[in-house]
Design a protein around this ligand. Structure first.
Ligand code: 6R9
Length: 644
């Protein structure tokens, strides 16, 4: 039995939703989704109101998802323009620089000016409705301006996280055929410079674009190519000060975000306009119990979906004050997060378990020397939060006062699907608890039979919600195959999950070949294809293993080409290679040289066995009798690498 933390009365009475209201709204949302979402879609300003609400099919022969399909609106107008009359002087974005001496406060009125200027620069660079624009930016306000400027013009942004290599960036630029890239001279994280423009220069050698817009961040020395590269500050001086927001259909694309799957190629997850914004803003309001006067901080990077939905779109659609942080949790010291909380009077704080674990390791004195008295709600996202980290977050950071919302969702889902609501849900450390309004989770066995009661299985969702992805950009068949073919008529999440006797959901992790490293998704196949591209590597297999800080670490088995000798230098070379090919986020943690990999007689690598060895559970290898050469397993066990 796990501990239960009931909702304190004081929290329930001050919150937007208490338990009775949650139950009533949840029932209404699943009994009559049309009526429910028809009502809640009105939280946005529509140019032409919708008359149709939901038109969705999970039938694998005809997967088709449409919400509010005859309505029109503009996302930037909803996130910026409509707030100017009522809260023009309210701070929209608090920007906290990497260096604690730098910060900015941008009001809604100022945000409006910046977004129009950026939109003007992009339009002058040739960007039109429907065009794709790749953003490769640090966490600076211009990242939000650029997203909203694209939305204003009806262009589709594709953000590539600054930790990806030139190769990965090139793949993502050409994958969606972007003609314009927006970047900065350099990024700044933890006092270190990130060579963003230099990376773009390499990427566009293979993925050519018409224009590269460059924001000056550090003033570092970079090359500018005439006729292609544009300094943002120079172009801004010649840009019009107002750009009419484009009237977009609810189902027009808003953004593409590449994410890892079970195959080598990342998928371009496509989100559209009306449903996405309705869902992002509604979940932001209710999950974080956002109320006027709150200062809300999500520590994610805009390069991930969490940054899209819960730094920019959800909060700004709600007229919130959202904090954007350029730096890292441990710079200049492990009290940085809590210093920033005190400095800007943050009341709602949303971060990832990996950050909590690393700060926990640094010691509680770094927390205790700060006040944190403004904190009211804490949130977690990205991977299952282990109960130790949960308890530390709750007791040390929140001093037992602040509910933790453990929010389960995915790039594909657009917004949070399973989560506590602060005023409604009793908490159990490690459980994402109950579904949000309109979300119908179910657990199925390997055959797709729906399981009842307290049980464990694969997590599926039975009916559509407005924030759901609509397709894989340019490959609808892959969308259908990946999400709707494993279990017919259901959306398959790729996650395993347990449901307890109270109906609470406990995510147990991925059941496919995706691993979760520090809350970032990594396809093992992507790392493998990077490795086999190295001239000395003949074969590679990549699995996850439990890692104290990262949640999962990357464990690599490598078979070398004939005549190549294993060595520590070669290990280092391979780590460097993967960082170059994919980016630092894919750095292998452990590399084991293996003369052979366990294969079936038909030549398939048996990852189950490799996973067990990496996890240290040798007694439990299962049936190895079908292996072509069972002796490779003994060698693998004898030479297993130690955990760092
Ligand atoms: C938002 C985001 C999605 C995968 C997802 C699951 C894991 C995310 C979680 C969680 C347990 C949570 N995940 N939140 N697991 N509890 N609260 O992280 O999107 O990068 O697409 O990753 O992350 O495995 O399937 P994304």
């Amino acid at each position: 039995m796990s501990e239960v933390y009931p909702v304190p009365d004081a929290v329930a009475s001050a919150a937007l939703i208490d338990n009775a209201r949650y139950l009533e709204m949840y029932e209404a949302s699943v009994n009559d989704p049309e009526a429910f979402w028809g009502e809640h879609g009105k939280r946005l300003d529509w140019i032409k109101p919708y008359s149709k609400v939901k038109n969705t099919s999970y039938d694998p022969h005809n997967v088709d998802i449409k919400w509010f399909e005859d309505g029109t609106l503009n996302v930037a107008a909803n996130c910026v323009d409509r707030h100017i009359a009522t809260r023009g002087d309210q701070v929209a974005i608090i920007w906290e620089g990497d260096d604690p001496s730098e910060h900015l406060e941008i009001t809604y009125k100022e945000l409006g000016q910046h977004v129009n200027t950026m939109a003007g620069v992009l339009r002058n660079a040739g960007v039109k409705k429907g065009d794709r624009v790749t953003l490769y930016l640090p966490m600076i306000p211009e990242a939000a301006y650029a997203m909203l400027a694209c939305a204003r013009l009806g262009a589709v942004h594709s953000i590539v996280f600054g930790g990806f290599s030139p190769n990965s960036l090139a793949q993502r630029i050409s994958g969606c055929d972007s003609k314009v890239v927006i970047t900065a001279d350099e990024g700044l994280r933890g006092g270190r410079k990130v060579p963003l423009k230099a990376n773009v220069d390499k990427a566009v050698e293979t993925a050519p674009v018409d224009a590269v817009v460059v924001v000056k961040r550090t003033g570092g020395d970079i090359a500018m190519q005439d006729g292609r590269d544009i300094w943002y500050h120079e172009a801004a001086a010649n840009a019009p000060d107002f750009i009419e927001p484009e009237e977009m259909n609810a189902e027009d694309p808003l953004f593409i975000l590449y994410t890892s799957g079970s195959t080598g190629q990342p998928k371009g997850v496509l989100h559209t306009t009306g449903g996405y914004l309705t869902y992002a803003s509604m979940t932001h309001q209710y999950v974080f119990d956002y109320q006027d006067g709150d200062v809300y901080w999500c520590t994610a990077d805009v390069g991930w979906v969490t940054g899209h939905s819960y730094i920019v779109y959800g909060p700004l659609a709600n007229g919130a004050t959202t904090l954007m942080f350029e730096g890292v949790p441990t710079y200049p010291s492990p009290s940085r997060f809590w210093d920033v909380v005190d400095k800007h009077k943050v009341s709602i704080f949303y971060t990832a378990p990996t950050a909590i674990r690393s700060l926990m390791g640094a010691g509680e004195e770094h927390v205790k020397k700060t006040s944190r008295s403004t904190l009211r709600i804490l949130g977690s996202v990205g991977e299952p939060i282990n109960p130790e980290a949960w308890n530390w977050y709750y007791n040390v950071v929140g001093e037992g006062r602040c509910p933790i919302v453990d929010t389960w969702w995915q790039t594909e889902t657009g917004g949070i699907l399973i989560t506590p609501l602060p005023g409604a849900t009793a908490l159990k450390p490690g459980s994402a608890t109950r579904p949000f309004f309109g979300v119908q989770p179910a657990l199925v066995d390997a055959e797709g039979q729906i399981l009842d009661g307290a049980t464990e299985g694969n997590l599926v969702i039975l009916n559509s919600w407005p924030g759901q992805m609509r397709t894989v950009y340019g490959d609808h068949e892959r969308f259908v195959q990946t999400y709707f073919s494993t279990y017919k008529g259901m959306y398959f999440t790729g996650d395993g999950c347990r449901r307890d006797e109270d109906g609470y959901y406990w995510i147990t992790g991925r059941v496919d070949d995706v691993i979760n490293v520090s809350g970032h998704r990594m396809g093992t196949a992507e790392v493998e294809s990077a490795l086999v591209a190295h001239p000395k590597v003949s074969e590679a297999a990549v699995v996850g293993y439990p890692h104290d800080l990262k949640g999962q670490g990357i464990y690599v088995y490598v078979t070398l080409m004939e005549g190549e000798d294993p060595s520590d230098d070669l290990r280092k070379e391979l780590v460097k290679w993967v960082r170059q090919e994919i980016g630092p986020i894919a750095s292998p943690d452990l590399i084991q040289f293996a003369p052979g990999l366990p294969k079936t007689r038909s030549g398939k690598i048996m990852r189950r066995i490799l996973r067990k060895i990496a996890e240290d559970s040798f007694d439990n290898l299962g049936d190895t009798s079908t292996l072509a050469d069972p002796s490779v397993v003994t060698d693998l066990i004898d030479n297993r690498q130690n955990k760092s």
